[in-house]
Design a protein. Sequence first.
Length: 312
Amino acid sequence: MDYKPLSGREFPRFSAIKTFFRLPNVSVDADYEVGLFGIPYDGGVSYRPGSRFAPSAVREMSSLGRGFHMTRELNWIEKLKVADLGDCSTVPIDQKQTYENIEAYVFQLAQKNKRFIACGGDHSTTLPVLRALRKFHGRPLQFIHFDAHLDTYPAAWGCEYHHGAFARHAVEEGLVDPKKMLQIGIRGPLAACDDLNFVRKQGIRVLSMDDLRDTTIADFCKKLPAFDQTPTYISFDVDCLDPAYAPGTGTPVPGGLTSYEAQRILRALNVPNLVGGDVVEISPPFDHAGVTSLIGVDVMFELLCIMAGNKR
Ligand code: MN
Ligand code: MN
């Protein structure tokens, strides 16, 4: 199989059955290099639901996806064999089973030496993904986390595993190395000081919106840390963007990144060993004209291009 998107010349972009980037839909056992898949689950949200519908909405908008990256000067379609694997099986009314399904799914991908990009799902779905990668690689991951929120919040309603707590669990379970963890786009208000105390105690590097806006985007990008060969994961919570740019999300926070600033940061990232990534928290029922799903497509494109630049 050649793993090329359906040609827009033969079949206009509004036509045909929707897959991510119009790529072939194959089984997990096929000979692709990077698998794209959905995690349609939003049982971990604390406010507005709807991100269970993100994989299908992002597939729809990804008909507009292209191959060539103007900054990196490469074409992921030429460099990588990428396919749509469909969706990971989820259980809408059972978080424990859903987590088990996600962890088993990602672990088998890792065992088959596949890289992947997941389309969530609420942010609680990132935790079982990280569990699988930690188990496979046998060491804590380097972790780049885009978000308005720190996601290190305490348990809510007596429940540990909600979408605002995945990053705390990832650190506490030793899935990621807090000294090799970067959070970008963070801003207040916070419910309390608990989150800040946690990241300070752990020594996690936080780049807030003030850090970003107090300088030019070019200088901000120049000061991004260098990433090493440690297996690395990038998680992009779409609410790192300002609600003006990404209204379709569950817990919007004003004062965020523009789409362009997010692109600039993603384009500046030099990640030599990106093993996986995700875009989460897109909630199509609250979206307008598909703009939030469209930025989700863009994030997947940027992650693909990082992977294409570091072909195995
Ligand atoms: Mn989040
Ligand atoms: Mn968030």
